[in-house]
Design a protein around this ligand. Structure first.
Ligand code: AMP
Length: 223
């Protein structure tokens, strides 16, 4: 089974959901730069202070700040990793290659989770996240039983500040301009596979498991 992978795809494509499932079923580390940066902002660290305004505006956080929150964690991921939200531009992809080459732990797969823009906008603007446990709900697609409360833990459901329509437009523009060209970068290395991200969560997950090869299918089938 391949254990060192990148999930590529626009905001709202379902990378976080799939990465979480994969981490649970395989034990590889789920490394989301968005989550790491949000934690840094919440903790008020220097990285968080440097990142906050960029995140609120839907722009990319400077590479050095992202490297600072990510690479220490990546070095600890001895069982493998699924990167979610990184790399997001060419400089980050090249830096990742350099770091992984040092440990002879090169990428084994890059999976592009593809979803049309119109659906991405609906998915992101309707997304609500539990303050308590982090579970995602959606006002239209995954409504909670009790309005504003998480089905799992009863925690308060909130909208991420950068999930509003205006910021989403900026995030999608940044994706198309800076991140989408990475498809070609990885395709030429023979690493890229595209999975249809409009399918149900389970089907997208099965597509990813297929790319990763034997050793995951049994575990994923238990969920
Ligand atoms: P995400 O949760 O992946 O949608 O990320 C939320 C925000 O965090 C993005 O809109 C960026 O401002 C910032 N961010 C996350 N990952 C990166 C990255 N690899 N490079 C630059 N900024 C990032």
């Amino acid at each position: 089974m391949k254990r060192r992978l990148v999930l590529l795809g626009a905001p709202g494509a379902g990378k976080g959901t799939q990465a979480r499932r994969l981490a649970e079923t395989t034990g590889i580390a789920h490394l989301s730069t968005g989550d790491l940066l949000r934690a840094a902002v919440a903790a008020g660290t220097p990285s968080g202070k440097a990142a906050a305004a960029h995140m609120q505006a839907g722009r990319l956080v400077p590479d050095e700040v992202v490297f600072g929150v990510l690479f220490e964690r990546l070095a600890e991921a001895a069982q493998g990793f699924v990167l979610d939200g990184f790399p997001r531009n060419r400089a980050q992809a090249e830096e990742l290659d350099r770091r992984l080459a040092q440990g002879e732990r090169g990428l084994q797969a890059v999976i592009d989770v593809e979803v049309p823009d119109a659906l991405l906008v609906r998915r992101i603007t309707g997304r609500r996240i539990c303050k308590g446990c982090g579970r995602n709900h959606h006002v239209e697609f995954v409504p909670s039983r009790q309005a504003g409360r998480c089905d799992d833990c009863g925690g308060e459901l909130i909208q991420r500040a950068d999930d509003t329509a205006a910021v989403v437009a900026e995030r999608l523009a940044v994706y198309h301009q800076q991140t989408e060209p990475l498809k070609a970068y990885y395709r030429t290395r023979g690493l890229l596979t595209t999975v249809d991200g409009t399918q149900a969560v389970e089907q997208v997950g099965a597509g990813i498991v297929e790319v990763l090869g034997s050793g995951v299918a049994g575990a994923a089938g238990n969920r």
